[in-house]
Design a protein around this ligand. Sequence first.
Ligand code: BGP
Length: 471
Amino acid sequence: MAFPEGFLWGGATAANQCEGAYLADGKGLNTADVMTAGDVNTRRRITDGVIEGENYPSHTAIDHYHRFREDIALFGEMGFKTYRLSINWARIFPNGDDTEPNEAGLAHYDEVFDCCREHGIEPLVTLSHYETPLGMQKFGSWKSRKAVDCFVRYAETCFRRYKGKVRYWLTFNEINCMSMMPWTAGGVPNDADEQTRMTAAYHQFLASAQAVQLAHQIDPENKVGMMYGGIFSYPNTCDPKDVQANDEFMRTMMFYPDVMVRGYYPAYKLREFERKGIVLPQQPGDAELLKAGAVDFLSYSYYFSMVVGQKGEGMDVSMGSPETGYTNPYIPQTPWGWSIDPYGLRHSLNLFWERYQIPLMIVENGLGTFDELVEGPDGTPVVHDDYRIDYLRQHIKAMKDAVEIDGVDLMGYTPWGCIDLVSAGTGEMKKRYGFIYVDVDDEGHGTFNRYRKDSFYWYKKVIATNGEDLS
Ligand code: BGP
């Protein structure tokens, strides 16, 4: 068998994209709650507080907050071994800097984790997935070292409360997004300069390192991973100038896992900071902390590959459509302009495995596209999503090759949006990833009923055969 026994098959979601109930039970506002809906051509806007009449997708999302039992039961039916979800930080610390946690928020996740266990599902919890309490704006969010203390208090609260219920943790979702979308990554304005972004990233590294240490102290069973947003690129041609441009581009991303896995900044990044006059807000003891807080495993998202070349100046890597000025002519794209490159997944697994030699996990992957709900043979609505099955089959095959042929140590696979949810990039509902269709539209209207897609039954079989039967 290619995939090891105990391989963590499952699915992934994020609180702000699925929970809704944005003010329930004492929750505070977070950075996602002030992001309006957009589309493939229109960027989401960040408003100054919640403005009446605007469409904020996080406010209702798919109402997972109230329907998690039904949703987790469906995951159980598919045979999930793990469910990657995030805790909504502002449910636990409504303003971010509160001294005491909100009991109602903590109790909610007790129920969620208990429900997972009832279905034999191991929770994999992201502490901060694309949201930061809005209350932290008063001191500049991650620009300030105060954010480190807020996060560490929050992380410690979770580790203590959910001891024995949760053993797998991720600190920050796609931490390298601080370079591209700092608001999403940590409540830092999107027009922040590089010094500010690097300061905020430095603070997140420190916070993550402290969390790793605390997690281990509180429960030696805990495993904490980093989460890298899957940016991987090929040089546009074999012209060494293109190769160099690509190397330089990849370094703007790879220093994130370098710091979190190795526990120190790579030389190339320190030299770059020197050249640019960027200064990290280092304090005595920080270097030791980063070193001691190296992660146990590396997780990442993989959706597409990119192309970078010497003419890629003014590169814009946005969420809605990854642009570097180049399109790969050899591979197809989704309607949202995301390239489809299963080999790129195997390539990335080898890159990380060769570089770090620590266990890897693919915690996001999938095809976000239009689905049509039609009437099934017995009258039950269904989605015939053979295009999604095809995408997933090819990517699972690529992982299989990486494990079987290349010897990569892969822990698990949690495809993104295992149940349809709000798109982070565009705020749309119609960009769907799920095995489960949710009847809600871009304006938040619908019955919120859940329906199994064809891919639901297919993935169930994949899990039951531990990835052997992909037909
Ligand atoms: C990742 C994020 C997720 C998720 C996914 C798909 O970068 O971690 O939160 O949304 O991308 O992106 P989108 O929702 O824009 O299709």
